[in-house]
Design a protein around this ligand. Structure first.
Ligand code: SAM
Length: 418
């Protein structure tokens, strides 16, 4: 057993479950699906840092809301993150780049002043395809007032902070149900009954949330919007000291629809404040999910592992395609991650085994098999319970995949490049 495994096991019991954890502080400044458990990432990085020492940079190729990068920042590491979802990039930038502490109070006052000014004049309401399906008319008017007030803010970091607060307000007052990450219209009665406190809620959160942020800084922090499969090719081989990530567990459509969760907010936020590599991302409500890992066209399986082959043989042909498409992308991503990692350095992967049609896809075993035959060794492994409601657990029917249930345990693999 490795010294790292010994150390991780030494905490005993259900230490790694962090069962009483609730997202707080800087990690709570905006909502995003499937956020990782910050103290768990912190403890893992801390313990590995103690043993390895030589970690100057950390890379998360699927950074989501930036949990890992924020924790890596606390150890003074240089940070590199990639995510295809522009809302994930925006939230992560706000957490890492902070706000301007000298001007933030003034900026907040100015935004409030402009909101009051715009409330008393007629402004052209915001418009995008289907806006009236997803927002009530009075809500559109108030969101437009806030939007126009944010656009006038001159300091970019403060503006990004306001957009991140605005993204939660947009979702809260939209006509989509809050019980699912998918866009799913509420019953008309509930839409009619929704109280419009858009402006007062927004003002409340911009006054509160900045207290958890860092002072303005962007040194040695690189947040990249784009497809990891493509963006990782621009990173030098053997240049990364530590990879720490939670990759998608399957295609977004059948696991977590990060794109649908984000798209209404993204339609509202000023495009020039979103770094967007590909206009197609905002071309429709499902575009981000379709362009994410495993979302694109069906292909033949380009490579496999014993566990994946056994799994594919156990399901019907009609259900194979989505699984194959996902693993083609997933293996390509792993290959790139191994390439950019320095020899003798570590990769931490937090993985979940979901079920499709009542059969478990053992992503942890498949990942072990693939990486171990691609220049990696297994240093340590942890199994943990996923804390309350971080991922919806109920079983749902998805297209022709049959019943898809999400997972309630996770595996953390710690792998070392030879
Ligand atoms: C499990 S989440 C990461 C959760 C994150 N660690 C957190 O704490 O919020 C996976 C992320 O992968 C991103 N993603 C999916 N396909 C991608 C791709 N091809 N390139 C880059 N990011 C991708 C999704 O947008 C999502 O934010």
């Amino acid at each position: 057993m490795s010294v790292i495994q010994n150390k991780l096991d030494s905490y005993g019991g259900n230490f790694w479950d962090f069962e009483n954890f609730k997202t707080n502080g800087i990690h709570k400044i905006a909502n995003y699906p499937a956020m990782m458990v910050a103290p768990m990432q912190h403890k893992l990085i801390e313990d590995l840092y103690e043993f390895e020492g030589n970690i100057d940079n950390i890379f998360d190729p699927f950074h989501g809301s930036g949990t890992t990068l924020v924790e890596g920042d606390k150890f003074g590491m240089d940070l590199v993150g990639i995510d295809i979802n522009p809302l994930a990039n925006l939230i992560t930038k706000v957490k890492l780049y902070g706000v301007n502490f000298n001007t933030i109070y003034n900026s907040i006052e100015k935004v409030i002043k402009n909101i009051n000014k715009f409330t008393n004049i007629d402004i052209e309401p915001m418009n995008f395809p289907n806006i009236n399906k997803w927002f009530r008319e009075d809500i559109i008017k108030d969101l437009t007032i806030i939007r126009e007030s944010i656009v006038l803010e001159k300091n970019e970091k403060n503006r990004l902070y306001f957009w991140s607060c605005f993204s939660d307000i947009v979702r809260k007052f939209s006509n989509t149900r809050s019980s699912t990450f998918k866009l799913h219209i509420k019953e008309q009665e509930k839409i009619n009954l929704m109280q419009n406190t858009v402006i007062s809620d927004f003002i409340k959160i911009i006054k509160e949330r900045h207290h958890d942020l860092h002072p303005e800084s962007s040194t040695n922090k690189k947040i990249i919007q784009g497809d990891s499969l493509f963006e990782m090719r621009k990173i030098d081989s053997n240049s990364i000291d530590l990879i720490c990530t939670s990759p998608p567990y399957g295609d977004n459509g059948t696991t977590v629809t990060y794109g649908q969760f984000s798209i209404l907010s993204l339609f509202w936020i000023d495009r020039s404040d979103l770094s967007i590599s590909d206009d197609a991302l905002l071309s429709n409500y499902s575009a981000i999910d379709n362009l994410s890992l495993g979302g694109r066209k069906k292909e033949e399986l380009i490579c496999s592992t014993p566990t994946l082959s056994r799994y594919l043989n156990s399901i019907s042909d009609s259900k194979k395609m989505k699984v194959i498409t996902f693993f083609n992308d997933y293996f390509k991503a792993l290959e790139e991650m191994i390439r950019v990692l320095k020899s003798n350095h570590l990769m931490i992967l937090t993985l979940g085994n979901r079920r499709v049609d009542y059969k478990e896809i053992k992503l942890d075993e498949i990942t072990s098999e693939f990486t171990l035959s691609n220049n990696m060794t297994l240093e340590a492994k942890l199994k943990r319970e996923i804390p309350y409601k971080r991922i919806p657990r109920r079983i749902s029917k998805v297209g022709n995949l049959g019943a898809v249930s999400s997972m309630n345990t996770e595996t953390v693999l710690i792998l070392r490049k030879k």
